[in-house]
Write a protein that binds this ligand. Structure first.
Ligand SMILES: [Zn+2]
Length: 69
């Protein structure tokens, strides 16, 4: 089964183990991860992996070294 990498567009050749698959696939060309869902040997969806988003934290303010003039 051919699947196009979502990151680099390379056509990846997946074996029969992926005919019924849902999970992450790593592109061997660009090492990009994408979420693949297949059923009955056909690609159902390819999308960017949904990484659990950490709660946004407030970025620390840049420390400005203010030397007295
Ligand atoms: Zn790729």
């Amino acid at each position: 089964m051919k699947v196009n990498c979502i990151t680099c567009g390379h056509s990846l050749n997946l074996d029969d183990a992926y005919d019924d698959f849902e999970g992450l696939v790593r592109c061997y060309v660009c090492s990009g991860l994408f979420e693949l869902k297949t059923a009955e040997g056909k690609v159902r969806s390819v999308k960017f992996p949904q990484a659990p988003q950490p709660q946004p934290v407030q970025a620390p303010k840049p420390v400005v070294d203010q030397k007295p003039v």
